[in-house]
Design a protein around this ligand. Sequence first.
Ligand code: AHR
Ligand code: AHR
Ligand code: AHR
Length: 480
Amino acid sequence: AGPCDLYATGGTPCIAAHSTTRALYNSFSGALYQVKRGSDGATTNISPLTAGGVANAGAQDTFCARTTCLITVIYDQSGRGNHLTQAPPGGFQGPEANGYDNLASAIGAPVTLNGQKAYGVFISPGTGYRNNAVSGSAKGDQAEGMYAILDGTHFNGGCCFDYGNAETNNLDTGNGHMEAIYYGDSTYWGSGTGNGPWLMADLENGLFTGRNPKNNPAPSITNRFFTAIVKGGPNQWALRGGNAVSGSLSTYFSGARPTPSGYNPMSKEGAIILGIGGDNSVSGQGTFYEGVMTTGYPSDATENAVQANIVAAGYATTSLTSGSGFNVGSSVSLRATTSGYTDRYLAHTGATVNSQVVTSSSASSLKQQATWTVRAGLGNSACFSFESRDQPGSFIRHYDFILKVNANDGSKAFKEDATFCPQSGLNGQGSSIRAWGYPTRWIRHYDNVGYVGSNGGVKTFDAAKSFNDDVSWVVGAGLA
Ligand code: AHR
Ligand code: AHR
Ligand code: AHR
């Protein structure tokens, strides 16, 4: 049985079931998600390999070969048509045209399920999905449940990496108008013990770990794969969670609604959001693998059975990189492959990253400026960071999507901005190197300056023209 078969048996059926990694019903063999590729704008649906099984990641890899792909639709497997698509603007604007949010890269969150490859949904700040016309969701004070499997190591303190029930007009319409899973280390509203991250319930104008709107004894989460559960009914709600790869769930809170006014009774509106706050706050980050919304308040026993199903699905990490040429401790150069620019190397002048012509007779200072020491990724050791040859302790990082060479200040944000995941070159040469935290964005030269560009995005340096060439680099030995 799949998770939604278990919820149905428990009398609290799924009204929405979202996953890019696997079928959530034993008999489901339809489309799990849709991807759109950059080369020609074509779309395709990705389905399970077998009914009830793992997504056909190989079909995505074939369709997306030598180009970029975005996740355009996360289909609802419940049969109600509650699909998630690119979120529109609301109280806050997204970064895309007309205030829409970004779509997620199709390759940002690779995993295996019992050894079979699949891709999750990597949410960078600015990315979000929504459905404002949901069939069967909880409204007002009606009861509902939800779970999501998340990457417990991918989070931030921005508002708000959520999955769950939100406003239907993309605006903050007041306390109690949401009921969603939040994951991160925001302390602006509530928090738990330690430094976080925490599972909290986003009930609108507050992230709650219990009755007290500020602090309650909810634990900091350290699991790589984390099962997050929020459920709520009339003056009753609970937060539960656990390691998604072994063991059972813990109840972090179960009891009456929070004390401030507006949360009892609730005024749920019934939209579904992923990766954003109810008012389209777009500053959160996190990774979503699968999740469902139910009607009715699921029993702990039902959720425990779902947790056992999740553990049996066998989530595991897999390589974040492809191609070759990067070895920790080695010294490399990165030569441009765009026609007319192939004598240029990724280099820096002070803090500015650029591409410069370097030859064997160049000054050794220039050769050093175009040489990088490969380090284990500061923000994720499964990827890499590039330390300046002539400014040890300084690394290539992006800021406002512009590449810089800056000293490592030790912050989580710096480390993440300085982490890059090489893939086989998009134009068939060398490597293309995506930003770990923004998998739609790749190290690119544009007007001979360094950026992390997305293929056809809104920035000048996102231009689709010559994108694959501008992001493909021949990896060679260091020049000095
Ligand atoms: O409750 C926290 C956030 O506050 C909500 O997600 C958002 O709508 C509001 O800004
Ligand atoms: O480069 C994009 C973002 O810009 C970085 O992640 C952040 O540090 C800066 O605000
Ligand atoms: O960086 C040099 C060129 O500038 C790039 O190839 C092109 O995309 C831009 O016009």
